[in-house]
Write a protein that binds this ligand. Structure first.
Ligand code: GAP
Length: 513
């Protein structure tokens, strides 16, 4: 784990050094849990958004997009339950004066038991070599069984406390498990209190009696309140979905782990409206589709897993997370929720408008049920970078840092490099670049040795470098150097576009879903 933390630190500084992510307001010493995306970060982020948007709106003829406002009528947040129930259970350590989420402290404790079990298994696997029977070992080893029992007991107790919203019990678990504050090292804890996560501001001048409004904590409500508009104007029939990408804001108390938990972040959400009673079948379908979307990127199937929720949100009758193996463990990247008819029914009640669909096949009206897929752009961004960051020892003893970002998502697709900056090579390189720049984000670089330039492109994840040498002037051929294998191939300039188009096609990626 310590090694992984080291890798994570390196990844964070790599993000800054190579223009992916900067701390916000850095010259004023930053603003907690708020980040800016740099020149490469914004390209990667836009490519992730395009991959998601196309997978929703191109592949599904019954999914359409919208872009709703961040500011919404304040009653929406009353109807959605966020004013009353969008809380985190907080606990303070009296010695360090640091504030923590009680549920996160307990989840970390559960993860510690899991770590202990995995270490036992790893040790035994090394000791027994090829003859090792992991399943049998897990079923019989006393230390594994002991930790498994502790983990299960804690898990059950924790889930019940969460479901009962029993704050005293959450505190008691922290005491009984002897969880210490990582800063002070003491167990001197306060009571657990609920804290609402919504940011609020005022609209209108105070003299006229300004209205308190909220910065949306999820984009989903913008979809719900436009259900009728889209259904009617688009003549949509159930089942159908509405997709949206946009900013969301949460006053996270424990904002750690870089862009994993931010106060201003971006979501890609899709609400899929279905007939009552059919929601769990659709839930399962979207679960599988979304997992295929992730795995199609080729970062490694073993890095993903589902995690079913112990505590269902106030609106859900089924929920699961897609988790990715970050350098700090398996963490939620996307949530898939069966939200029942909670939101639409509640908006019916609070707005006084009828929000129903007349189903001609059933010859009846009903409030549709909803399956939601909700993924954070920033967490997706982090998972792509974490899964792509490699430090490699080369044959000549040097180390290269390479981002093996899936080619379709890479910020810069092609670097065009004249071997030297004279003898007509820059002009030839420019000519090639001018031909390709309409289709791909290209970078021209003539500074430093070719080796150094390759390293710079590896560090930002450019999948293809095109080198122009003296022979290119006479044979009209160039060398493509591949980022991942570092292999080089000589190809005619005329065929370049076709070769690259094949490799950078979003279509191939979408077809895997
Ligand atoms: N509409 C449902 C909803 O918002 P959620 O599980 O609270 O559900 C969905 O959030 C996704 O949004 C998460 O899986 C995560 O990727 C992202 N997300 C939530 N809070 C975040 C935060 N503070 N910083 C970055 N991403 C966040």
């Amino acid at each position: 784990m310590a090694q992984q933390e080291e890798v994570f630190k390196k990844l964070i500084s790599h993000c800054k050094e190579y223009g992916f992510v900067f701390p916000s307001s850095e010259i004023y010493d930053g603003l907690g849990a708020v980040y800016d995306y740099g020149q490469n970060g914004v390209e990667l982020k836009n490519n992730i958004k395009k991959y998601w948007w196309d997978s929703m709106t191109l592949l599904n003829e019954n999914v359409v997009g919208i872009d709703s406002a961040i500011f919404m009528h304040p009653t929406i947040w009353k109807a959605s339950g966020h004013v009353d129930a969008f809380n985190d259970p907080l606990i303070d350590n009296k010695d360090s004066k640091k504030r923590y989420r009680a549920d996160v402290l307990i989840e970390e404790q559960i993860a510690k038991y899991e770590d202990k079990i995995n270490k036992e298994v790893e040790k035994a696997a090394k000791r027994f070599g090829e003859t090792f029977d992991e399943q049998k070992f897990r079923e019989t080893n006393p230390r594994v069984l002991e930790n498994e029992a502790k983990k299960e007991a804690l898990h059950t107790r924790f889930a019940k406390a969460l479901n009962d919203s029993n704050l005293e019990e959450l505190r008691q678990i922290i005491i009984d498990e002897e969880i210490v504050d990582p800063v002070s090292g003491t167990k001197n804890w306060t009571e657990v209190r609920q804290f609402n996560l919504m940011f609020s501001t005022e609209m209108g001048s105070t003299a006229d009696g300004a209205t308190k409004i909220y910065l949306r904590p999820e984009t989903a409500q913008g979809i719900f309140v436009n259900f009728l508009n889209v259904q009617k104007s688009g003549r949509m029939k159930i089942p159908f979905g509405i997709a949206q990408i946009g900013k969301a804001f949460r006053n996270e108390i424990v904002a750690r782990q870089f862009i994993f938990r931010m106060r201003e972040f971006e979501q890609m959400e899709m609400q899929f409206f279905v007939r009552p009673g059919e929601e769990l079948a659709w839930f399962d379908r979207w679960k599988q589709t979304r997992m295929r979307w992730h795995k199609a990127l080729g970062l490694g199937d073993k890095k993903y897993r589902f995690h079913d929720h112990d505590k269902l949100a106030h609106y859900a009758n089924a929920a699961t997370d897609i988790e990715f193996e970050m350098p700090f463990g398996f963490k939620e990247v996307e949530g898939i929720h069966s939200r029942t008819d909670f939101d639409l029914s509640s908006h019916e009640k609070f707005s006084g408008k009828r929000i129903q669909f007349f189903d001609p096949e059933l010859n009846q009206s009903y409030v549709p049920y909803v399956i939601e897929t909700s993924i954070g752009v920033d967490r997706m961004f982090l998972s792509v970078l974490a899964g792509s960051y490699f430090e490699e020892k080369l044959e000549n003893g040097e180390t290269r840092v390479v981002l093996r970002i899936p080619a379709v998502l890479a910020p810069v697709k092609l670097a065009v490099l004249p071997l030297i900056k004279k003898d007509g090579l820059p002009e030839k390189a420019r000519e090639i670049m001018d031909n390709l720049k309409f289709d791909y984000h290209c970078q021209y670089d003539e500074k430093d040795s070719i080796g150094k330039r390759y390293r710079r492109q590896d560090a930002i994840g450019t999948p293809y470098c095109i080198t122009v040498d003296h022979d290119s002037l006479t044979d009209n051929q160039v060398t493509i150097r591949y980022r991942d294998t570092m292999e080089q191939e000589r190809v005619p300039v005329d065929q370049l576009k076709q070769i690259i188009a094949e490799k950078l096609s979003m279509k191939h990626l979408l077809k895997k879903i």
